[in-house]
Design a binder for this molecule. Sequence first.
Ligand SMILES: Cc1cc2nc3c(=O)[nH]c(=O)nc-3n(C[C@H](O)[C@H](O)[C@H](O)COP(=O)(O)O)c2cc1C
Length: 323
Amino acid sequence: MNVLLGITGGIAAYKSCELLRQFQRAGHTIKVIMTAAAQEFVTPKTFESLSDNQVYTPDWFANTRGNAHIELARWADVLIIAPATANTLYKCAQGKADDLLSTVYLAYDRKTFFAPAMNSKMLENSAVQNNINLLKNAGNIILDPTSGELACKEVGPGKMMQPEDIFRWVIELTGTSSSLLGKKIVLTAGPTREYIDPVRFISSPSTGTMGVAIAHEALCRGGEVTLVHGPMQVPYKGTAIAVTSAQEMFEAVMQQLPCDIFVGTAAVADYRPEQASCSKIKKSTSNLNLHLCANPDIIHTVADSHKVKNLVIGFSAETDHII
Ligand SMILES: Cc1cc2nc3c(=O)[nH]c(=O)nc-3n(C[C@H](O)[C@H](O)[C@H](O)COP(=O)(O)O)c2cc1C
């Protein structure tokens, strides 16, 4: 999902780094809009590095041509403003579009998530409460601030909702499936290489596409996914461990246990040369015998380990007796 994250000028702006990471870990694409005041609290560079995308600021908007605000609004599957200052709540409630974020808000035609954060007295002020009610009545979602010690050292309501709770609400309320939320999922993908000598190996033409597709889906459903993969070209956004041989894949997988779900899609070589040659094997005789020994069976070992709580799924490519 394309997540457009608006950040405004409150102390809680630093917490949006963690919010961004939550969505990123779940495989979503993030773009960030910062208000001028937000940049007093956290630099755009921070969000640029974390999001792998340029950060959209009022300065950028002033110097850009075309309908950047419309394009950003069209791009977004979800718009989240966190933290949302009293000032930005007012502008959005009243339809005042005097900077990039408030203009994008007006151009966005679905519900927006607001995570207000401010001093308790500010929050309780009737002007702020009226604006919050206007935003709610317009179909937006207000992610209620929590109580606790505030940046101003007062205790009371006004703390921005925790990033993990914002993430959970957005996932639930946008209808994005959260069926794997909090589940630890380990997957394997791609081929393995069993080296005969430094320049030759036994492998398969597996691309890793199946494993990556399942891993992305698991991420989108809120899972905590680790992909252990052999050499492959398919891009993958989540947490990954790259290995080469079946033995390495076996060891990497066992280190990831226990987990809730294991999915083995990798085309693991069943056999490896008993002894790989340290130097290139020269062409000398007309026949060359390779002695192979069995690799560990990753899926069977994982299944027998009883360290997978819910489900073990194994893929196997066959030429005969296909199910
Ligand atoms: C140190 C400091 C902390 C602030 N914290 C908040 C805050 O938590 N919530 C809030 O609504 N305003 C806060 N403000 C005021 C906003 O920064 C100010 O209203 C600003 O105009 C908001 O602009 P924006 O909504 O375009 O980001 C703070 C100001 C300062 C100087």
